[in-house]
Design a protein around this ligand. Structure first.
Ligand SMILES: Nc1ncnc2c1ncn2[C@@H]1O[C@H](COP(=O)(O)OP(=O)(O)OP(=O)(O)O)[C@@H](O)[C@H]1O
Length: 585
């Protein structure tokens, strides 16, 4: 019930649609029920059981039936219009709330949530809710009302006959409910299996080169065949149920009619029931069929809609772990230094910490290269500076102020990040570059692109900066993407720049392309506090200082020469390569 009330709160401001929907649903039902009543009356007036015929009385009855039909049409129109409108409004509002919430949630939330699940919340779940608000809820009301009024009317006309002919009807409701309960899990499973099939197709298309280079076509074919067959089998199971239940359900009302013919017909012969009343019984029985059938379906649908609502509300109720303070400290106007003191951090609550009491101080305007083995926590360190996560212990200070005391939006505006994995939107190159600074001038955009070493290439694209990227346009190479991402970070003119070098996982050509872009960026960024996760010595040498990360701590820090002289971890990692690079240069 709480979930239902909360769902209804999303109709706020459009409550009149809710009221209109119920008023029209009431009107449609009452008009629909009144028509057979007049028909029955008409028959009895035209052919009275005793006394002369009075065909003149048929006129007003025919007009009344026509009038009621017009009313029913108007009410039906009003109901459909208002309730569909309401369903779409609620779906729109929930979707917006969900999207806004998703934007506000922290990285930790996304580490745990699966993309498929979230997309399913925003599409499938909301569709079920819309269907319930825009149709099911009112249909339930119409069914209950029809059932109550028609039953009372039949009991009023002839209570004993009513009891007998209505007796199979609950069976119809039961059968419909069983049908819905059996079919829905199958449909849900079909949906899931269809999603698996889609994933298979998607992954094989985008990973076709890997599939082919490992000669995995037979395996992929089998796996796809198995999944597609799963869909077929499940669908066939649902078909079997439908084939049985749907004709089965029309069998039950036929039983009621047979009972009516038997008992009602006898009553007519005996004179205790008029022909008009007999017709009324028959018409009303037919009117009960759909509400009875619909009952089970609507109740099942209502349950699914409430379950969907709960899943959506669960996301809406998630609180971001990383939040802006109520009373933020001002962001430093000068280029701030960054200091990490005793920082301990782990991704999972009970997991092994990735960073263990890490200390590192970087002066304002200094460029520091962070080096360390794969998985040592270099990217994690950068994430803490941008406050994607907060440390469990210790503090990250930006310009001497605890990052948690700074306004989050302002911090992120002043921190430019180039992550390891670049994501570009399916928009123009320009829009991708100005993502963090939509007001950037053409000059600023081109300057950033030049530093990132991509300006000339962009100009050579079919529409220059207006060329669309991604699914709607050209496909950029790994190196080009990374360069656009660097330009995107630079166009914000951030005071702190975080560069996560992606060169460890790309081919030699892309690596060279990214290297050049990073070098250009570092040379230009002298006035910024820059962190660069570096793998190649040529990049490392561009930094003022180098910090070596191992076992969750900075184990060495200093200039290239200092660290080589120390003959510690850095020497072990770069002593040899350094020598080799110098020889080849
Ligand atoms: N979002 C995450 N959720 C859970 N664990 C994570 C997450 N990101 C990283 N890790 C784990 O934290 C550890 C450090 O990862 P991180 O990406 O910071 O290393 P790295 O030094 O940048 O590695 P590389 O040089 O390969 O990029 C790894 O063991 C990794 O598996």
């Amino acid at each position: 019930m709480k979930t239902f009330y909360r769902l209804m709160s999303f109709t706020g401001g459009r409550r009149y649609l809710l009221v209109l929907g119920f008023v029209c649903a009431f009107g449609v039902t009452v008009a629909g029920i009144a028509i057979p009543w007049f028909v029955g009356d008409a028959i009895d007036r035209a052919f009275p059981p005793n006394g002369p015929d009075r065909p003149d009385l048929l006129w007003p009855l025919a007009l009344a039936i026509l009038g009621l039909s017009v009313l029913r049409f108007l009410f039906g129109f009003g109901r459909r219009y208002s309730t569909n409108y309401l369903g779409h409004v609620v779906e729109y509002r929930l979707r917006r709330a969900l999207f806004e919430k998703m934007l506000s949630l922290h990285h930790g939330f996304y580490d745990r949530a699966s993309t498929g699940e979230l997309v399913s919340r925003a599409t499938n779940d909301l569709r079920v809710v819309r269907f319930f608000v825009g149709w099911g809820m009112f249909q339930l009301f119409i069914s209950v009302l029809t059932l109550a009024v028609v039953s009372v009317a039949l009991l009023y006309v002839n209570w004993s006959l009513a009891l007998i002919v209505l007796s199979p009807m609950p069976l119809l409701a039961f059968a419909a409910w069983r049908f819905a309960a059996k079919v829905h899990p199958i449909f849900r499973s079909v949906q899931q299996k269809l999603a698996d099939v889609t994933t298979s197709v998607q992954e094989n298309v985008s990973g076709i080169r890997v599939v082919k280079s490992f000669s995995r076509e037979p395996f992929e074919k089998d796996q796809f065949g198995g999944r597609a067959e799963g869909v077929l089998n499940e669908t066939m199971a649902a078909r079997g149920l439908r084939a049985f239940y749907i004709p089965g359900m029309s069998f039950i009302p036929a039983t009621s009619i047979a009972i009516l013919i038997l008992f009602g017909g006898r009553a007519v012969v005996e004179g205790s029931l008029t022909i008009g009343q007999f017709t009324l019984f028959q018409l009303y029985l037919m009117q009960l069929v759909w509400p009875m059938q619909g009952f089970g379906m609507v109740i099942d649908q209502g349950q699914r809609a409430l379950a969907s609502c709960e899943r959506v509300f669960k996301i809406l109720d998630s609180e971001p772990d990383v939040r802006s303070p109520e009373d933020p400290a001002p962001f430093p106007s000068e280029t701030p230094g960054v200091e990490l003191r005793g920082v301990t951090f782990s991704y999972a609550d009970e997991g092994d910490p990735v960073l263990k009491g890490l200390d590192l101080a970087v002066e304002g305007g200094e460029a520091i290269a962070v080096v360390g083995a794969t998985g040592s926590g270099k990217s994690t360190l950068l994430s803490l500076i941008a406050r994607f996560y907060d440390p469990e212990e210790g503090v990250v200070r930006v310009g001497g102020t605890d990052a948690r005391r700074l306004d989050l939006g302002e911090l992120r505006r002043n921190v430019g990040m180039v992550p390891q994995e670049t994501f570009l939107f399916s928009e123009s190159v320009r829009d991708n570059i100005t993502f963090g600074n939509p007001d950037a001038t053409q000059e600023e955009i081109e300057r950033a692109a030049r530093i990132a070493g991509i300006h000339e290439q962009i100009r050579a694209f079919p529409k220059g900066y207006e060329t669309m990227v991604g699914e709607w346009g050209i496909t950029l190479s790994g190196g080009q993407k990374q360069r656009v991402a660097i330009a995107r970070a630079l166009v914000k003119d951030p005071k702190v720049l975080l560069l996560d070098d992606a060169t460890s996982s790309v081919d030699a050509e892309t690596e060279k392309s990214i290297q050049e872009a990073l070098q250009g960026t570092l040379e230009e960024s002298r006035g910024r506090t820059t962190f660069i996760v570096a793998h190649r010595l040529s990049t490392i040498l561009l930094a003022d200082r180098i910090a070596v990360l191992e076992d969750g701590r900075i184990v060495e820090a200093g200039t290239h020469e200092e660290l080589l002289e120390r003959r510690g971890r850095y020497h072990a990692m770069y002593g040899e390569e350094g020598r080799m690079e110098r020889v080849s240069a």
